[in-house]
Design a protein around this ligand. Structure first.
Ligand code: ADP
Length: 163
């Protein structure tokens, strides 16, 4: 039987425990999960794509079911290229739901063969947002509870360099 591949796209600016949890749960549903790091989002990112790639790879600690790749183009084209059957996204709030529902509708129109799957955020991570993590790091605060230790160490190093 062919392997079932899912894409998990996002900015991961930086990766948090919420993202890691979603990736782990997605690996229970699919044979392979490709974490697609968006390189040309509308939002200007805090970290460069190379930095975001390093952090995601380090946080996932070489899980053999997961591949981490940059994605420059349209998400559904990337998904087709990798023979993915699904796009996985996380839902934390009603605002997430509204954005995600719209995005899924447009993606479905462009690629009906690819299904969007929404996983509800786990209780313990539902409040974590990469945006708030960024702000706390920039203010010199402690993000130990929100990101894996390797990520925190890197962010500290990089933040010191730009201070
Ligand atoms: P984007 O910029 O595409 O929203 P993010 O990196 O912020 O990318 O998030 C990628 C996906 O992960 C989105 O579907 C988002 O809703 C989900 N996500 C982000 N943080 C969490 C969390 N704490 N728990 C569950 N899902 C999350």
């Amino acid at each position: 039987m062919s392997k079932r591949v899912a894409i998990y796209p996002g900015s991961f600016d930086p990766i948090t425990y919420g993202h890691v949890d979603l990736i782990q749960r997605a690996t229970q549903l699919f044979d392979r999960v490709i974490v697609a790091i968006a390189t040309n989002t509308r939002k200007a990112t805090w970290l460069g794509v190379e930095q975001r790639l390093i952090l995601v790879k380090e946080a996932l600690n070489a899980n053999p079911q997961v591949t981490v790749l940059p994605c420059a183009g349209v998400m559904v084209d990337f998904a087709k290229q990798h023979q993915a059957v699904a796009i996985v996204r996380g839902l934390r709030t009603a605002a997430d739901y509204e954005n995600e529902f719209q995005l899924a509708g447009m993606n479905r129109q462009m690629a009906p063969e690819i299904t969007s799957i929404f996983l509800p955020a786990s209780n313990e991570y539902a409040f974590i947002s990469a945006t708030l993590v960024r702000e706390i790091v920039m203010l010199g605060g402690d993000v130990t509870s929100f990101v894996p230790q390797v990520v925190m160490q890197r962010l500290r190093e990089w933040h010191k360099l730009t201070e």
